[in-house]
Design a protein around this ligand. Structure first.
Ligand code: ZN
Length: 315
């Protein structure tokens, strides 16, 4: 087992900078780690905790202290997540209690996951402590919605912005299919969703759905996809895949790269015969599916309309 900070790829400069600050005792007392979900912000915060609390320099990643941090069980690391939709005032009190106890190790770390969920009361309760924390105390506020954190909190923290992971780093972290890596756009949480077999199935159903446009009887039921549409999250995924496939059709027509669903290129290529105008209409309608899924319209109807709107797509 390696130390956590080495498990995150693609943020070398950020990780090195933080480790360096631990060594030189210049680590700030409060950070906001801002950036898309699934790019390693939480793991880096836990990795810094390992650096702070391990007996070894650099942290070993295997001692009881390091393992407890990795398993969210370390008594000097407080990990707070929203209780329901918010980080509630009881949770803010829990943090203050934690900091009022005798310090056992050489530092105390508080990680607030989804820190944008701090409700105003909780935020106000923590404000003073964030500004003037006890010695050797470090806050890490993790968020993908930086602007939703109160300005009074933001102004008291050092903000580190995390970009999405580059393709090379993602490839080192996973053996997922190429289309998944491209479609997840540098976010490991999305990639993991795609790796779920349900999603792979839906991707093929979406392709079959699209292929109905090439049949004479466009009203033929798309039974398999319909069953999956009962799950709203999968329905949204299906609409996303549909948009990507239409994009790929356009790319295939003009020999552009990279394709997202390169493994399905042979089947998608059939549609590259359509005129630009029809492909654009297809794209527009695929996009409308996503929009309509957010309103309360019948999901089956939304997809069926797509078929009706796009009959005679091929010359
Ligand atoms: Zn260790």
């Amino acid at each position: 087992m390696a130390r956590l900070i080495d498990k995150v790829l693609g943020h070398d400069d950020i990780a090195k900078g933080l480790v360096q600050s631990v060594r030189t005792k210049n680590l700030a007392s409060a950070y906001i780690f801002s950036g898309p979900t699934g790019v390693g912000k939480k793991i880096i915060a836990l990795g810094v905790a390992q650096e702070l609390l391990c007996e070894k320099i650099p942290a070993c990643g295997i001692c009881p202290s390091c393992s407890k941090i990795e398993n969210f069980q370390h008594e000097e690391v407080k990990f707070i997540e929203p209780d329901g939709l918010q980080i509630k005032i009881q949770q803010a009190r829990e943090i203050l209690n934690f900091l009022s106890l005798q310090k056992l190790g050489r530092a105390r770390i508080i990680i607030l996951n989804d820190a944008h969920s701090l409700n105003p009361q909780s935020a106000n309760l923590l404000l003073k402590t964030l500004e003037d924390p006890p010695a050797d105390t470090h806050f890490f506020l993790i968020t993908h919605l930086e602007k939703s954190i109160l300005p009074t909190i933001r102004s008291r923290t050092q903000i580190i912005r995390f970009p999405v992971l580059d393709r090379k780093s993602v490839k080192k972290l996973t053996s997922a299919a190429d289309w998944m890596i491209t479609a997840s756009q540098g976010r490991m949480d999305i990639l993991e969703q795609f790796q779920d077999t349900k999603h792979e199935e839906v991707r093929i159903f979406v392709l079959e759905f699209l292929e109905y446009l090439n049949e004479k009887f466009v009203r033929e039921p798309f039974v398999k996809l319909k069953e999956r549409l009962e799950d709203k999250e999968l329905a949204l995924f299906a609409s996303l895949i549909l948009q990507q496939m239409v994009r790929d059709i356009y790319f295939l027509k003009y020999d552009l790269h990279p394709l997202i669903h390169a493994d399905l290129a042979d089947r998608l290529k059939v549609f590259a015969e359509a005129s630009d105008e029809k492909i654009m209409a297809l794209f527009q309608n695929a996009f409308e599916i996503e929009r309509n899924l957010f309103s309360n319209t019948d999901r089956n109807l939304v997809f069926e309309n797509f078929l009706l709107q796009n009959q005679k797509i091929l010359p």
